[in-house]
Design a protein around this ligand. Structure first.
Ligand SMILES: [Zn+2]
Length: 108
């Protein structure tokens, strides 16, 4: 993974932490100016690339029973190009952002 990324000229950091917050701490140590706004780019199911669901593509969302209908049109959605899993900014997201803010503060 790292080698593939380096070949394409992408800077990478090999993180060894056990959990996500540990990994984030390591990342911040290497790259203090990192933008931690958690925009999804990889599918957690299959590691496929995600793309934003555009206006007019609501059918993709309505197709998935786990997507809360009330959210459609109210927040951003992403869909995995490989397996079609849908992601959106839910409560998990807010928690993540809060924890990230706390982390970045402790390093600045
Ligand atoms: Zn996927």
């Amino acid at each position: 993974m790292i080698r593939a990324a380096s070949r394409r000229g992408i800077r990478c950091v090999f993180v060894q932490g056990e959990d996500v917050m540990e990994q984030l701490k390591e990342l911040i140590r290497y790259e203090p100016g990192i933008n931690l706004e958690p925009v999804p780019c990889r599918c957690s199911e299959c590691n496929g690339e995600l793309r934003k669901v555009e206006e007019g593509e609501e059918a993709i969302l309505q197709d998935k029973s786990y997507v809360p209908m009330a959210k459609i049109g109210k927040c951003d959605f992403w869909v995995c190009k490989t397996c079609g899993r849908v992601y959106w900014q839910g409560s998990h997201w807010r928690n993540m952002r809060l924890q990230l803010q706390r982390l970045t503060k402790s390093y600045h």
